[in-house]
Design a protein around this ligand. Sequence first.
Ligand code: CP
Length: 321
Amino acid sequence: MKHFTSVKDMGPLDKAIQEALNIKKQKYAASDLGKNRTALLIFFNSSLRTRLSTQKAAENLGMHVIVLDVQQGAWNLETRKGIIMDGDKPEHLLEAIPVMGCYADMIGVRSFARFQSKEEDYGEVILNQFIQYSGKPVISLESATRHPLQSFADHITIEEYKTTDRPRVVLTWAPHPKALPQAVPNSFAEWMVAAGYQLTITHPKGYELDESFTQGAKITYNQQEAFRDADFIYAKNWSAYRDPGYGRILSTDRSWMVDGKKMELTNNALFMHCLPVRRNMIVTDEVLDSPRSIVIPQAANREIAAQVVLGRILKGLPKNE
Ligand code: CP
């Protein structure tokens, strides 16, 4: 594996799942693989799970890890090309990226959609600059349009808990007070279809996702109909994708919150969310605190997903001098 930015970089998914389950049994079996190798994890946005799980996975493989928060301690970075740099950003990504490449064997990047330009967000301008200028393998730690390490962990979790070959998985929009990117739902939809599950996406009118991510999924505005007979309920908020409302909140309709009554419509479904989750906005305490919630084992699988990806990248690196 050279870079990891989407499910397309993963190869056959059954093989990836088997690898993940093997690693889960023996997390430290390859603790020499990353000897004298450095992972740089750069965060343009906040993180709890991605930061900790990726660092832990790298350490399980014997790597050194450097974490850089752009907002805290690093120079504020300019990302636009051709700009006169007379503002508050003293360094450009065009220098910063190759410099980072000098100190690292691979670079993980978290850079969310900024909602200033849909073209820039969906063109993955920041992530692609890292791929173009670092000279090193790049791992998405959630980009503007995808969160593939999360989706891989979601896939591992469903494989562990499913009771039928092709479970019915429902991705439901839920209300949130802030405008959130579409990266998690895009990535989840794309990955679940690739995994061969029966995916239904439900959301209020106006929240249609980019069809290139949702092809193969059933889409309905009727949340209760979607929940009927579901095996897994995956809740997530996202802002509008379609123009003219790109990046905006169109609805805060609390009736879309996941609650116990809706869960009763399902096939005794398990509840999933990538976290962080807003209690009693996205999902009620009752559901989140119930035995049907698997959000913690789902988060634990972030470490395993990251270890598969980092391990594969390490195996593809040229020999250390
Ligand atoms: N799910 C997830 O990516 O969590 P963090 O934003 O805390 O990393």
